[in-house]
Design a binder for this molecule. Structure first.
Ligand code: HEM
Length: 410
């Protein structure tokens, strides 16, 4: 367990390398599936998905309610995409020339989605609390104890504030038309019998997926691209490939589990009903039998040399492609699982991919980007986070405003 805690990804890679069977035991008793075919069966077979998804756990009373809430929130975020794009340029400028990452990722996301998360007529103190919670690191489990303590200091007031607001929205009665924000979506799609506090918990979970997961995906994409190509943008790959490859190389969610629905037998190994079969997107994305030099960050694997195939934007359309067996330049055939696959696949996968890609485009647009202080080693603290790094973003001379140039000349 100590070795696992020190380096969870290194630990499972080593176990997978040494293991002769398709499945090996994890320190907490679950089974990690090393074999791609079995992993895809676990993630796709309806038999493994008769119950609730572990993303929502027991927060909602039925699988149907989970699906409804997931879709309703995804629809709000999808409708917000045009406004999100407009906010990005402003938010990128707001980061300044030097910004500290990965924390800047969720902050940027929050700035661009604040109105979709909580509409502007909601109480300003609550909106301020949400912003503070993002700065404190509420968007993902943080690696250090002091960081987690900081989150715990803001959490009680935040939860109390959201719960009060849920109560008052319910008292006002349902709004007509489309949901104004993620909270309306949760209230409308979730069952009426949910307590105000249960609605709050659901809201925070989805808030974290939007602001945190996407924010960290942006952080990974920028870091890996700048490390691989220190000259900065324009990069020699379409942004779509870059973001896709960051999701392969450093998938934010590194392990998902499913309970065995009944006693199972697989290639001579038996599993009792309820045994947890875990699938690691990280492990499968780094399987040398499936991917060419998986240890390298190579966006070009997603389409051949830029210009040869598809040009900007790549030969694949942006969208929900998770879980497909992908074939790259070298005939690679990995399952691509940053969003999972099968019945419990991330409800927001396509929107999240668009948000990440748009953010990277906005930050790289007309700018010289470079990173310092970071490397590509991940920190696992619940999810796969990048280590702290500094991003320098200097506007290229042609894109500076006259005012800026005049100001500098004084
Ligand atoms: C880069 C960003 C994101 C990543 C890497 C990500 C990843 C994931 C993963 C791995 C799962 C679990 C799949 C499984 O258990 O097999 C999941 C579930 C889910 N995600 Fe995401 N997610 C992201 C962004 C989002 C966004 C923006 C939303 C909302 C708009 C969202 C909503 C959900 C929902 C509702 C589920 C539960 C699906 C269900 O149980 O039916 N996610 N996500």
């Amino acid at each position: 367990m100590r070795r696992f805690r020190r380096d969870p990804l290194g630990y499972i890679e080593e176990r997978a390398r040494r293991s002769r069977s398709e499945v090996f035991r994890l320190p907490w008793g679950a089974w990690c599936v090393r074999d791609t075919e079995l992993a895809l069966t676990v993630l796709r077979d309806p038999e493994f998905h008769g119950g609730m998804s572990s993303f929502f756990g027991e927060m909602l009373p039925s699988r149907a309610a989970q699906i409804d809430v997931g879709r309703a929130v995804r629809n709000v975020m999808r409708a917000h995409l045009p406004a999100y794009r407009r906010r990005l340029a402003e938010a990128a400028a707001g980061l300044g020339t030097v910004s500290q990452w990965p924390a800047a990722g969720p902050t940027l996301m929050y700035r661009c989605t604040a109105e979709a998360l909580l509409h502007p007529a909601a109480p300003s103190p609550l909106r301020r609390r949400l912003a503070q919670a993002v700065s404190a690191g509420l968007t993902a489990r943080q690696p250090h104890m002091w960081q987690r303590a900081r989150v715990e200091m803001v959490r009680p007031k935040l939860l109390a504030g959201i719960t009060d607001h849920v109560r008052s929205r319910r008292a006002e009665g349902p709004v007509r038309g489309e949901p104004r924000d993620v909270l309306d979506a949760v209230l409308r799609a979730g069952p009426r019998e949910l307590s105000d506090r249960a609605v709050t918990d659901l809201y925070v979970l989805l808030f974290q997926s939007i602001v945190g997961n996407v924010g960290y995906a942006v952080a990974w994409s920028l870091l890996l691209a700048c490390l691989r190509h220190p000259a900065g943008p324009p990069w020699p790959w379409p942004t779509d490939w870059l973001v896709r490859e960051a999701g392969r190389h450093r998938p934010f969610v590194w392990m998902v589990g499913r309970p065995a629905p009944r006693p199972l037998e697989f290639r001579g190994m038996s599993f009792p009903a309820g045994a947890i079969l875990s699938v690691s997107p990280y492990l499968l994305h780094h399987d040398p039998r499936r991917w060419d030099r998986p240890e390298l960050f190579r966006p070009e694997r997603w389409g051949g040399a830029p210009g040869e195939r598809g040009g900007r934007g790549g030969r694949r359309e942006r969208g929900e492609q998770s879980g497909r067996v992908e074939r790259g330049e070298h005939g690679e055939q990995g399952p691509y699982l940053p969003f999972g696959t099968g019945p419990f696949i991330c409800a927001g996968a396509a929107v999240a991919h668009s948000m990440t890609t748009e953010a990277v485009i906005a930050l790289a647009q007309d700018a010289q980007l470079s990173v310092s202080g970071g490397d590509d080693r991940p920190v696992v603290a619940g999810a796969v986070l990048p280590r702290p790094f500094t991003l320098r973003r200097a506007l290229k001379p042609s894109s500076r405003t006259v005012a800026e140039t005049v100001g500098e000349g004084r």
